[in-house]
Design a protein around this ligand. Structure first.
Ligand code: SF4
Length: 444
């Protein structure tokens, strides 16, 4: 039997799909080369934006055509979209050809649910309302041999007013540090060089454990894992970014100097309406502290424009913050209503045309800053983890700097999985180009 998994959304979902693949492999399934070869298709969904949900229904429509030609094909839907209240009924209504629906809290039950499906020969729906315990030791088929995602916590307690995550991923539950370390050590034994620690808000890590711990202590612990070259993490909430955490990162050789700190807005009034729990002044001070203690820190962010009630003045505050902070790059979004969240009910929604103008202006300004920051790297020597041939440039190799910038350089087949110094020779908006320094050159 062959399977295919279609994954939508964030890294948490990508990591969940690796577990789904591991569970299926343990049942004897093998990965299908093409979607049309699959006997089982699992759609791991996202519901952060309603547009993502519509795209997923589009894919389910295409799968119906496939299933018409191949009636024994089993189609499963899981993930955040399935976890929303009333979602299972909606999916069954809009896509009656779906055989299996399960949520974010019972992913590990996939083998059992498939068995149920074979026995009953009728659709199976199982959504757990509550999040329950963290399940350890689930198998996983990793997508990458050099870099791996490691989930350190699940859920979020923050309730930002635009975000559906706390409703579909539950409250914060941290994995025990010894379990995380064991997973990282096992990955390193298999050749992994870089791990990205995942959580909706990694800075709250450990508060719920007994005895409690914190993210800084986890980083210190993982920093000691021999053979591991790099540690990244995502996502961190600016509010919980402590001085101790900055100090630990500054002192670490392995934790990368890339700080992804979603600011979301530069106006205090809008930050309050978003329930973000910090002010623009606090945020800018945090950036200053990081830059003072971590030279070369790359600061990236997420920004939402057109949040309900956002005036021209509020938007000007966001633009002012963007100019002052000078992010290395930013993921920019137009606010779209997400039903089930408080912001969707706010009366003063911003007209689409205004949102379009604001995002265009923001993207123009941020693109200019990104390019300027990339150009400033020309002539510097960056530590790059060599990943292998670049997908779209077969004559080149690629890798990333500690600041997470993509670099293309001439092939170095015997250096894959190693960190090499690369002199940056050119910069574009989305990548840098460079020349590796050979050992004797590097020592000059
Ligand atoms: S911190 Fe806010 S935006 Fe991030 S997952 Fe939690 S509620 Fe959503």
């Amino acid at each position: 039997m062959r399977y295919s998994i279609l994954t939508f959304g964030c890294q948490m979902n990508q990591r969940d799909s690796e577990t789904l693949a591991g569970l299926l492999a343990s049942m004897g399934y093998i990965r299908a080369e093409k979607l049309s070869d699959a006997d089982l298709v699992i759609v791991n969904t996202c519901c952060v934006r309603e547009s993502a949900e519509n795209r997923i229904y589009g894919h389910l429509g295409e799968l119906k055509n496939l299933k018409n030609r191949k009636p024994h094909m089993v189609i499963g839907v899981c993930g955040c979209m399935a976890q929303q209240p009333g979602a299972a009924e909606k999916i069954r209504q809009r896509a009656p050809h779906v055989d299996l629906i399960f949520g974010t809290h019972n992913l590990h039950r996939l083998p059992e649910l498939l068995r149920k499906l074979w026995e009953k020969r009728e659709p199976v729906v199982e959504i757990w309302e509550s999040d329950g315990d963290v399940i350890e030791n689930l198998p996983a088929l990793r997508e990458d041999s050099l870099k791996a995602w490691v989930t350190i916590m699940y859920g979020c307690n923050n309730f930002c007013t635009y975000c559906i995550v706390p409703y579909v991923r539950g409250r914060e539950r941290s994995r025990r540090p010894e379990d995380i370390e064991r997973e990282v050590r096992e990955l390193v034994e298999k050749g992994v060089k870089e791990v990205t620690l995942l959580g909706q808000n990694v800075n709250s890590y450990g508060k719920d454990l007994d005895p409690p711990t914190d993210f800084a202590s986890l980083l210190e612990r993982l920093d000691r894992v021999e053979g591991l070259l790099r540690i990244r993490y995502t996502t961190s909430h600016p509010r919980d970014f402590t001085d101790r955490l900055i100090d630990v990162i500054a002192a670490s050789k392995k934790v990368c100097e890339n700080f992804h700190l979603p600011v979301q807005a530069g106006s205090n009034r809008i930050l309050e309406r978003m329930n973000r729990g910090y002010t623009r002044e606090y945020y800018m001070e945090l950036v200053e502290k990081i830059r003072a203690k971590v030279p070369g820190a790359a600061i990236t962010t997420d920004i939402i424009v057109g949040f309900p009630g956002e005036t021209e003045e509020d938007f000007a505050d966001t633009m002012d913050l963007v100019e002052k902070v000078r992010f290395d790059s930013a993921f920019t979004f137009v606010y779209n209503k997400r039903s089930g969240t408080p912001a969707a009910e706010m009366p003063d929604q911003v007209p689409a045309e205004v949102k379009r103008k604001r995002i265009t202006h923001l993207v123009e300004v941020q693109n200019r800053i990104t390019l300027e920051k990339n150009l400033a790297e020309v002539g510097t020597v960056q530590e790059v983890l060599v990943e292998g041939p670049a997908e779209k440039h077969p004559d080149k190799y690629c890798g990333r700097t500690g600041g997470n910038k993509l670099v293309f350089f001439p092939p170095l087949p015997d250096k894959v999985g190693q960190i090499v110094p690369v002199r940056i020779t050119a910069a574009k908006m989305w990548n840098l180009e460079g020349e590796p320094l050979l050992a004797d050159e590097g020592e000059k």
